[in-house]
Design a protein around this ligand. Structure first.
Ligand code: HGA
Length: 610
């Protein structure tokens, strides 16, 4: 969603801001802007649409400065207009960018109107700019004015502020939305995501909840929620520039689909090296916690939720523990019966998904203190709020539609399953060796699935003109059908629904006719014969079938039944391998329809608002 970048330096920071905003584009946005302090004036340029348009406008207006802030906006309050785009300016003196939502903006607006402030936008954000200006006008310096202002805000924010009254510094604050400070040589930066500043510096301080910070060229000072100066750890980010660039690919989604063998190999590296499922990989106290728990509760949204649904089949079958999976935005408002013996597992690629974070806080407030986060972004908010963590090593995922994050989450959940099974006496040495062997072969099997791409391209041409599609699966492959339907919806805008194949005749069969393609995930598992019967039900109604299966299933093509086979059945890890063809199908169908694959309409990468 929204992105922030800011810089104070001895050089022109405008190119730094523009490059940073371009690197934040993947998060999804509808407008962009920058503000600078130059020659004792605040200047700003904003545009709806792409950063490139705003860049052209900044170029035309000859923007150069050594202090500035930039923003990509994903509107929550107020329409997508230039007037609502950030930065917002108060009294021509102070410019501010904001990620998040100010819940008490209406009360603050009333109060500021009474103080004589006028509003130019419909955003919740503008109140923050005026509030800081109000405290500055009472004689406080910029930092103190910010610290006073944030005390009066309810809601979530990451904020960066510059002021012509104080041209030698930039201040920022964080509550509920990520913000970090980048440390350079004689220059410093602020960003909502390390990718925005990675070509300038890799040394970063992750601000904590309630922190404010002051940046000059030479120094960064961080203050906690009480206003006391506090040392925060400096981290060296290992985000690689290559992972942020397209290279030979046409889209990030395509690149990320093809990176999956590597991403999976990196995620399992430590396990393969140790040749054992070791609980220490989840954190120091993991063994005690894992031994003690009696059940698992998974909380996630979107694709991560489908990873959780897949894991339920594994956790119950292999580890023998009851497992519930909830959509985070539902769980957080449900009257949950707490079970302190439950392990709460949150799954979030970014580690900042607001609903998942709130569901975690809710679970903890109910006394459920055993928490594990599965996440792809180190030091992000959800892992930091969790007792245990397993980091997937997918590398930066830029495409809005998740691919490599999904398959590496599945790998992480499989490792969790085997670790729990071992500690609960359900996995003997021989079985452990089998599971490790299956994991070892997984990157190769995923590569084989990727090699099916030419056949899938041929299918996608038949798909592209369709308005609707059905996806079917059974057992552990049902969540892969759900994920396939979601991928297709997200990037091709073809309406797609997924059902457990056994549910077909309880309703959705009514939809089937020659215009409704039906995709079936049907590997050679114990439900194969059942799925074959379900396929006959569809064929009998004239539906065209597209079946993903494996060599061992002996499925044959026939009139209206198209079959693509992965090279062999990979047993328990089969859902991970079958995620690949449904990703490729969605990608190529979208390509054929000419949609914006990496930035699908209305969607954002990290969903940091409710
Ligand atoms: N509420 C602000 C910022 C929105 C945001 O953070 N989106 O991710 C606005 O609507 O401008």
């Amino acid at each position: 969603m929204c992105g922030i970048v800011g810089a104070i330096a001895d050089r022109d920071v405008v190119p730094v801001l523009i490059e940073g905003l371009k690197r934040l584009e993947y998060r999804g946005y509808d407008s962009a802007g920058i503000a600078i302090v130059a020659e004792e004036a605040v200047r700003r340029v904003r545009r709806t649409g792409r950063v490139a348009e705003m860049e052209a406008a900044a170029g035309a207006e000859d923007f150069h400065a050594s202090l500035g802030i930039g923003h990509t906006r994903w509107a929550t309050h107020g329409g997508v207009t230039e007037g609502n785009a950030h930065p917002h300016i108060s009294h021509g003196e102070l410019a501010l960018v904001h990620n998040g939502i100010i819940e008490n903006h209406e009360q603050q607006r009333e109060r500021l109107l009474a103080l004589g402030y006028t509003f130019e936008s419909q955003t919740d954000t503008e109140v923050i700019a005026h509030l800081i200006h109000h405290y500055q006008s009472q004689g406080h310096d910029l930092l103190v004015a910010l610290q006073h202002a944030v005390k009066e805000l309810d809601g979530a924010y990451a904020i960066a502020v510059i002021s012509k009254r104080d041209p030698q510094r930039m201040v920022c604050a964080r509550m509920g939305c990520p913000l970090l400070v980048g440390l350079g040589e004689g220059e410093n930066f602020v960003a909502s995501d390390v990718s925005a500043i990675v070509s300038a510096t890799r040394r970063v301080i992750f601000l904590e909840e309630g922190d404010t910070a002051e940046l000059t060229r030479e120094q960064v000072r961080v203050f906690d929620a009480s206003g006391a100066e506090i040392p925060r750890d400096v981290h060296v980010s290992d985000v690689s520039l290559a992972s942020l660039e397209l290279g030979p690919y046409r889209h990030f989604m395509q690149k990320e689909i093809h990176e999956q063998p590597r991403a999976i190999a990196d995620t399992i590296e430590a396990i393969i090296d140790r040749n054992s499922f070791v609980s220490a990989m989840f954190g120091e106290n993991a063994e005690d916690i894992f031994r003690d728990i009696e059940a698992v509760q998974i909380l996630a949204c979107g694709t991560s939720y489908y990873a959780g649904l897949t894991a339920r089949y594994w956790i119950e079958a292999i580890a023998g523990l009851p497992c519930a999976v909830d959509i985070a935005s539902e769980y957080r408002y449900r009257q949950v019966v707490a079970n302190p013996k439950q392990l709460i597992v949150t799954i979030s690629q970014s580690g900042e998904t607001l609903d998942t974070m709130e569901a975690l806080k809710y679970a903890k407030s109910l006394g459920q203190q055993r928490t594990l986060s599965i996440c792809n972004v180190p030091e992000s908010a959800i892992p930091r709020a969790s007792e245990l963590v397993f980091y997937t090593r997918a590398g930066a995922e830029i495409g809005v539609a998740s691919t490599k994050a999904f398959t590496t989450q599945l790998v992480a959940l499989f490792v969790l399953t085997c670790t729990l099974a071992k500690l609960h006496g359900r996995l003997d040495a021989e079985q452990e060796a089998e599971m490790l062997e299956a994991l070892r072969h997984l990157p190769g099997s995923v590569q084989h699935a990727l090699n099916l791409e030419p056949q899938i391209v041929a299918w996608s041409e038949r798909f592209a003109p369709k308005q609707h599609a059905l996806f079917l699966g059974r057992g552990v492959h049902y969540p892969i059908a759900l994920e396939g339907a979601l991928k297709l919806k997200e990037i091709s805008y073809i309406h797609a629904e997924a059902y457990p194949a056994g549910e077909l005749k309880h309703g959705p069969l009514a939809l089937v006719d020659a215009a409704m393609p039906v995709v079936v995930i049907a590997p050679n598992d114990k439900l194969l014969e059942k799925v074959k019967s379900n396929i006959q039900e569809v064929r009998a109604r004239g539906g065209e079938m597209f079946v993903f299966t494996d060599q061992d299933s002996h499925f044959s093509e026939s009139e209206g039944v198209h079959v693509i086979r992965t090279p062999r059945h990979v047993g328990v890890l089969s859902p991970i391998v079958h995620a690949i063809p449904v990703q490729l199908l969605a990608y190529h169908a979208a390509l054929a329809r000419g949609t914006d694959v990496d930035k699908p309409r209305n969607l954002a990468k990290s969903v940091t608002v409710e």
